[in-house]
Design a protein around this ligand. Structure first.
Ligand code: GLC
Length: 472
C-alpha cells in the first residue's frame, strides 16, 4: 500500500503549531507498518537545512499563469519527503498570512495533481491535513487516472477553514461550473468545507472533538454537514514523537538524563535561574506554554492567577494576539516570568523544569503539550475539553490513579481552586510523586493511533466501490 500524506507544515522543517509535530511523526510511525509513505510539502524556504535531491520539474497552471514547479526529495526512516518548489509563492518570510493565500495553496494543489498524474506508482491513499490541502480530495475525483485513489482528510482545528471570496472560483480554480455548490459556503469559497464534502473519509484528532464539532456551539457552521458524515468520520488521538521528546537525550536540557526527582530538581533550578525566578524547590512552578489566543484560555488564566492564595511561581512562554500579549506582560512580577515569543529550546527546558503545566483551553482538538509535559515529568492541569479530556484522567488520591488535575466548567474560580489544590498536592510528596509517575507511565507513542490509521487506509483501499460526492 502506498500512502501520500499532504500538509503545509512538518517538523523539523517548518512549524507554526501542532500540525507540524503530527506530520513530523505520524508518517514515520505508519512507515513501520508495511506501508510505503511519502510526505508532500511546499518548499517554504530556499534552504531547508538538508541535502535535497532533485526529482523533476513540470508545468503547473493556475488559471492563466503557467509556472514551473520543481520537486526535491529527502528520505529518512523509510519516509520520502517531497518538497514542491515555487519561489514566488513559497519563499517568503512567513508561512502564512499573505493576500494571495488562496492562489498559493491552489498552486500547491494543482502541482500535486500534476505530480500524481506523472507518477508511475500512484498512491492508494492520499491523506490530507487542514484547509491548505482541502481542495485536493475534490481534484482527485476530476481525473480519470486518479479517481480510484481514496482520500482521507484530517481536521486539526475546525476554526481555521480557508475561506476566500467566491470570485476565485472563476479566476483560480479549474473546476466545472456544476461543482460550485461543493466548494461554496455562505457565498464564499471554503477549502475546509470542500474537503468535508469530497474526502472519502474524515478524521479529527480526538474522539471528544468529533462530538464537539457536531454541535451548533462548536461546529462553526459545519456541524450539520459533519453530522451527515458521522459514519465516515472518527477521532484518532495524536501520538508524540518519542525520540524528539525524550528527556534523557534532549540536548536543550541542562541535565538530559532520566526524569528522576533529582533531575527534575536540577532542571527546575536551571530554569528558575534562566527566567530570573527565585531559586527555591519548595515553591511549585507552573508553566503556560501556548499560542496566545482566546481559545487557549488566556483570559481564564489571567483571572485565575490573581486568586491563587498559596505561594507559587509561574512561567509564561508564547506569542499571539497582541492584546493578550500585553495583558500577560502586565502580570510580570518577581514570581511571574512572562516571555513573548516562541523559543523551542527554552520551551523544552520549561517542560523539564516546571512542576505543573496549565492548559485551560476553551477548545482543544487534541493538544500535544499535555503529552510533552507528562513525558518530562510535569503534571498537566487541564480543562476537560477535546483531546485534553481524552488523554488526561483526573487524579484520585484514594486510588493513586490518574495522570493530571482536571476542571470541567471552564470558569476562573474553578481554575483558581485547582491551582490552589495543585499547590497543596505539591507539598504532599507521596501524592505528587505518584501523580508525576502516572504521567511518566502514560503511553503517548504513536503505536496505537498509527495502527488505527493503517487499518483505516487498508479498509478504504480495499473498497472498490466509489461513493458519490456528499451533498448537504
Ligand atoms: C491543532 C489543534 C491542536 C492539535 C494539533 C495537532 O493545532 O489546535 O489541539 O493538537 O492541531 O493535531
Amino acid at each position: 500500500m502506498k500512502v501520500s500524506i499532504v500538509a503545509s507544515e512538518c517538523s523539523p522543517f517548518y512549524k507554526t503549531g501542532g500540525l507540524a509535530d503530527v506530520i513530523g511523526s505520524l508518517p514515520k510511525a505508519i512507515s513501520k507498518l508495511d506501508c510505503e509513505v511519502e510526505v508532500l510539502l511546499p518548499l517554504f524556504h530556499s534552504q531547508v537545512p538538508l541535502e535535497l535531491s532533485y526529482v523533476q520539474t513540470f508545468l503547473t497552471t493556475v488559471k492563466w499563469r503557467t509556472n514551473e514547479c520543481s520537486v526535491y526529495e529527502w528520505e529518512q526512516n523509510k519516509v520520502r519527503y517531497l518538497f514542491f518548489e515555487h519561489d514566488d509563492y513559497f519563499k517568503r518570510d512567513h508561512l502564512y498570512g499573505y493576500n494571495d493565500e488562496a492562489e498559493r495553496f491552489i498552486f500547491f494543489t494543482h502541482a500535486i495533481i500534476q505530480y500524481y498524474l506523472l507518477c508511475e506508482k500512484k498512491p492508494n491513499i492520499v491523506h490530507c491535513h487542514d484547509w491548505q490541502t482541502g481542495l485536493l480530495p475534490l481534484y482527485l475525483k476530476q481525473h480519470n487516472t486518479l479517481k480510484k485513489i481514496k482520500s482521507v482528510f484530517t481536521i486539526h482545528n475546525l476554526r481555521y477553514q480557508g475561506i476566500f471570496p467566491s470570485s476565485i472560483y472563476n479566476e483560480l480554480l479549474e473546476l466545472p461550473k456544476e461543482l460550485y455548490s461543493t466548494v461554496e459556503m455562505d457565498g464564499n469559497i471554503s477549502f475546509l468545507k470542500t474537503a468535508i464534502v469530497a474526502a472519502n473519509y474524515l478524521t479529527t484528532v480526538s474522539p471528544t472533538y468529533v462530538n464537539q464539532i457536531q454541535t451548533t456551539e462548536e461546529g462553526f457552521g459545519l456541524d450539520k454537514l459533519l453530522s451527515s458524515r458521522r459514519n465516515t468520520l472518527c477521532g484518532i488521538v495524536n501520538g508524540l514523537d518519542q525520540i524528539s521528546y525524550h528527556p534523557a537525550s534532549d540536548q536543550a536540557l541542562v541535565y538530559p538524563k532520566s526524569p528522576s526527582p533529582d533531575m527534575k530538581q536540577i532542571n527546575k533550578r536551571a530554569i528558575q535561574i534562566e527566567l530570573n525566578l527565585k531559586v527555591d524547590n519548595e515553591i511549585p512552578l507552573f508553566a503556560f506554554i501556548s499560542r496566545l489566543v482566546p481559545d487557549k484560555g488566556v483570559p481564564l488564566l489571567l483571572e485565575a492567577i490573581s486568586k491563587v492564595t498559596f505561594p507559587y511561581q509561574l512561567a509564561i512562554l508564547g506569542s499571539g494576539d497582541s492584546d493578550l500579549e500585553q495583558a500577560l506582560l502586565l502580570k510580570r512580577a518577581p514570581h511571574i516570568a512572562v516571555e513573548i515569543g516562541f523559543y523551542e529550546e527554552r520551551s523544552r527546558r520549561l517542560y523539564a523544569g516546571a512542576d505543573f503545566l496549565i492548559m485551560p483551553s476553551l477548545k482543544e482538538p487534541c493538544g500535544l503539550n499535555q503529552l510533552i509535559a507528562m513525558r518530562y515529568g510535569t503534571v498537566p492541569i487541564v480543562h476537560s475539553v477535546g483531546g485534553l479530556k481524552d488523554t488526561i484522567v483526573p487524579y484520585q488520591p484514594y486510588l493513586y490513579e490518574g495522570n493530571g488535575l482536571v476542571f470541567s466548567n471552564g470558569n476562573a474560580n474553578e481554575l483558581a481552586n485547582l491551582l490552589n489544590d495543585a499547590c497543596s498536592i505539591y507539598h504532599h510528596k507521596e501524592h505528587f510523586l505518584q501523580l508525576r509517575q502516572n504521567g511518566l507511565h502514560t503511553d503517548s507513542s504513536w503505536d496505537q493511533s498509527a495502527k488505527i490509521y493503517y487499518d483505516l487506509y487498508h479498509s478504504l483501499a480495499m473498497t472498490e466501490k466509489r461513493r458519490p460526492l456528499w451533498t448537504h
